[in-house]
Design a protein around this ligand. Sequence first.
Ligand code: FES
Length: 139
Amino acid sequence: AVGYHSEQVLDHCNKPRNMGSFQKNDADVGTGLVGSPACGDVLKLQIKVDDSTGMIVDACFKTFGCGSAIASSSLVTEWLKGKQMEEALSIKNKEIAKHLSLPPVKLHCSMLAQDAIKAAVKDYEAKRANLQPLHQLHH
Ligand code: FES
């Protein structure tokens, strides 16, 4: 069914920011691929991290999701740039929903974005841990 969309949602749907992909295997890229249990939609969100500062320098997404999922991902790729990992993890779906004026039935769409951020950070950190020589891990 066609639902109500706020102006902010429409703006992001008409002009999605940072749609695309990074090279999944690059050492400075973290990839989060998540699906929504509520609707089955899928979102891929990627971050590019500056290894020396731990700062997220770029972010992009691809989704086969509804308009609210597109808007949520588009918005968070903007928010992620310039953030440290911990700050990125503190982005909550409620903030996203509030910013986009999502109706309650669309809350799970913003949840998808929050989950994807977590998954992307986790992926990046796992890659980094693997790259690190063992003796450095014990500092
Ligand atoms: Fe599936 Fe919005 S309805 S992500």
